[in-house]
Design a protein around this ligand. Structure first.
Ligand code: MN
Length: 563
């Protein structure tokens, strides 16, 4: 494979010499960057970005997306600085490459209940639909070369593909890619079943193919009689994985799979689609309940077609799919198809899943390609972030949520007892603003009570409500009620054990010229000793400044005060 194949594909829908040159320049950088690198299977690394670029060109995507596809591994795998890509190719392409790199860090962790959230996280982190498309093309090639990897890695990647990537392709309406991703994963997830399907399908498929070859000339003449000139009649084998799933439903009986080699009829208009349906039903009796009008009522992912299953010649049961070329293009390439069709007339459907609906919102308004590009940013997740528990469960939270919000989301007890947090394995303050993809671990302490100061930074109403409840129950707190002058105050400081910590705390108190009446250290809880310091501050303002200062001391997790 070479860059010429990509340019040739690109020129089929875009003749701009400038844009073709952009793709060539991206290829040159990728080639230099990957020089000497090999894929696990031994072939030169550049074959991988080339394959990704070709897939994107076949989807008829814009030059920037293809260029980013060619460059997608140069930052992560070759250490090319993102700034260099930005300098040479502009912010748009740099943004795409960066997005692909970030999304690449999402891992399927086998937490089944969380898969839907993982998919959302994927889309939220991608930020731009083109990043998703590049990642799908990337995964498509990686799946084709999966045999070069060790078995445990193969299985994890195959599961990730089947559970995350294929469903996203499906939701975006990219039927062909979804089918291929599933088939490639099927082989590794259920190798025995895959072998079985492969062994048994050959003959059955051949039988259907021979049958259809004889049928098509007759069908064409009958359509002509009704004044219909089909643009194309094609038949193609069902994807293995969807076939396997169907077989499971029908006692593994091939004779009950009527769309094993469905016959596809492409005609120029919607009216003609219904015309074809009439011709077929005039010739052959339809099976009850098997007429599907996905033109009037498209599938939630936008799939449009007429389906009918009839008792065909010699009583053979056969499925026909009738559609226009535009519908066909959309069914195969989904959201990506809209780059090719500048004057698209796609209308959104009412029953779409909400987030797919939002995702597709842009396509109903956008008429010109520039506007389409502008609208490709996935901003419907802008107000949400997706973070992970250490076990890989995904939590869906509002933007700017903190570890305290996260803790309450997991469990109210975890929230109440939270004293600290680790974000991506590093200690982070409780008011840390979490980002999508962060792995959050909450450090707890038994019998710990929430602090009223948390109310200043929590984002979720659940956390707010629970903190308020707990605070109302417990002793009066400085941020709720001002202290009387010259009254002794006890500070309770939850800490991480560290040499010199106590000294740092007393030094901080002394720096305010505040007298310490008493210091107590409760070490019962092990990892999180509580230091109790009795002091007499001048006034509330001074006390608050002292608390801020103590909070900044390394090892101090939480601080509360009472009179
Ligand atoms: Mn890659």
């Amino acid at each position: 494979m070479s860059i010429d194949a990509i340019i040739k594909e690109f020129n089929k829908y875009n003749q701009s010499e400038n844009e073709a040159n952009l793709i060539r320049r991206a290829f040159e950088l990728a080639r230099t960057a990957h020089e000497g690198q090999k894929r696990k299977g031994g072939e030169p690394y550049i074959t991988h970005p080339l394959s990704v670029g070709l897939t994107l060109a076949k989807m008829r995507l814009d030059a920037a997306t293809i260029a980013a596809g060619l460059l997608h591994d140069t930052v992560e795998d070759c250490g090319v600085p993102l700034s260099e890509i930005e300098k040479k190719f502009g912010t748009d392409i740099a943004f795409l490459v960066d997005g692909v790199t970030k999304v690449g860090h999402i891992r399927y962790r086998g937490a089944e209940k969380q898969i839907e959230n993982l998919r959302k996280m994927f889309l939220a982190m991608a930020r731009d639909i083109r990043v998703v498309l590049i990642k799908l093309a990337d995964r498509h090639h990686n799946m084709q070369t999966l045999d070069a990897l060790p078995p445990d890695k193969r299985r994890r990647i195959a599961l990730e593909t089947a559970e995350i990537y294929a469903p996203i392709a499906h939701r975006l309406g990219i039927g062909e890619l979804r089918g291929q991703l599933e088939d490639l994963a099927f082989k590794h997830i259920h190798p025995k079943e895959y072998e079985w399907v492969l062994k048994n399908i050959g003959e059955k498929y051949q039988e259907r193919e021979d049958y259809l070859k004889k049928l098509i000339p007759f069908l064409i003449s009958e359509l002509n009689r009704d004044g219909i000139e089909p643009i194309e009649i094609q038949y193609r084998a069902k994807h293995y994985y969807s076939l396997y799933k169907k077989l499971l439903k029908y006692d593994m009986n091939f004779d009950r799979i009527y769309d094993l080699a469905a016959c596809r009829i492409l005609v120029p208009s919607v009216e003609k689609c219904y015309g074809v349906l009439g011709t077929i039903h005039r010739l052959w009796k339809p099976l009850p309940g098997m007429i599907k009008d996905y033109i009037a009522m498209p599938k939630p992912n936008g799939y449009k077609s007429l389906h009918t299953t009839v008792f065909c010649v010699n009583g053979k049961i056969m499925e026909f799919q009738i559609r226009t070329p535009e519908m066909h293009q959309e069914n195969e390439y989904g959201i990506a198809a809209h780059f090719a069709y500048k004057e698209n007339t796609a209308k959104p459907n009412a029953e779409e899943l909400t987030w797919v609906k939002q995702l597709r919102e842009w396509q109903k308004e956008s008429q010109n390609p520039d506007e389409v590009l502008e609208n490709l940013k996935i901003d419907f997740f802008k107000r949400r972030i997706f973070v992970l528990t250490p076990r890989g469960e995904v939590m869906d939270l509002p933007e700017e949520s903190t570890p305290v919000d996260f803790a309450y989301q997991v469990h109210s007890e975890l929230g109440d007892q939270c004293v600290g947090a680790k974000v991506n394995n590093k200690i982070a303050p409780l008011d840390y603003k979490l980002k999508s993809g962060d792995i959050v671990e909450i450090l707890t302490q038994k019998n710990k009570k929430p602090s009223a100061s948390w109310l200043e930074f929590v984002k979720t109403s659940e956390a707010r409500k629970k903190i308020k409840n707990a605070v109302n129950k417990k002793e009066r707190n400085i941020s709720v009620e001002p202290q009387k002058k010259n009254q002794p105050i006890e500070l309770k400081i939850t800490t991480q054990d560290r040499v010199g910590l106590l000294k740092d705390i007393t030094k901080a108190v002394a720096s305010f010229k505040i007298n310490i009446l008493n210091v107590n250290m409760d070490n019962k809880s092990g990892a999180f000793p509580i230091i109790a310091v009795s002091i007499v501050p001048k006034d509330k303002a001074q006390l608050e400044r002292l608390i801020v200062k103590i909070k900044q001391i390394k090892g101090v997790l939480e601080i509360s005060s009472k009179a």
